[in-house]
Design a protein around this ligand. Sequence first.
Ligand SMILES: *Cc1c(COP(=O)(O)O)cnc(C)c1O
Length: 275
Amino acid sequence: MPEVSTSTSTRPMDTLKERYEDVKRRVESAALSAGRRAEDVLIVAVTKYASPEQIRELIEMGHADFGENRVQQLTRRVAAVEEFLERHKTMTPSRPVSLPPKVRWHMIGHLQRNKVKKALELTTLIHTVDTLRLAEEIQECALRREAPVDVLMQVNASFERQKSGVAMPAATHLAEQIDSMVHLRLRGLMTMAPLTDDREAIRGAFERCADCFGEIRKQGIGGKAFNILSMGMTSDFEIAIECGANLVRIGTAIFGDRQHLDPDPDRPDGEPDED
Ligand SMILES: *Cc1c(COP(=O)(O)O)cnc(C)c1O
């Protein structure tokens, strides 16, 4: 697929490498000002608008963690990356490369129950478990696996009505239920900030999610493995890190404006869900 050449803008950062380095610097300085280290914050590069070429380039820079929000798209991405890595073994790279030991995919979008099986085959971490029924479906699909499935519970920490995320008052109870399932390993929480420019409203949501995280941890739910707090995207990752996020999901700031035109990234996958 040809790379779509965009930027006629006068932005100082026009290459993927420059944007990526800049995001890493900003993550590091947010971490430092929150009294943590850059290594304590994992950057998941969200590829929903990235071109295949950009994904390959980021992998060649050593980046290992990628996120997609639809299973269909994830399937295509994973296949393309695996083929690339396979091909890489036999070619002489035209630029200096430092391939990561392993490329990991994160499922960050709403997961329909009829897509669970596929999602489990493709990902290392599912960020969006928000109902008991979904947790049960994962448990069901994971029966024959050796290792448990790592999941985050998505919480709705904003006061706006969101499509996804367990309501705050029900969060601890659902966390207990997920934790009791032998094939699931509850690794932490994920949240999305409310859709607003109001920085204080965004901070408030991140703080509530962090409090909820602390409360669940205090109760010992999930044990030592409960240690991931996934919050923050392009427009708010610095606030999220200040509030305690140790995983940020960043698309636009790394890949630039839409390179790859997914017809409708927020539309659920294919067949209707039974929910
Ligand atoms: C698209 C998306 C992101 C990244 O969004 P940007 O604003 O492009 O950084 C993060 N999390 C989820 C769940 C997303 O769907």
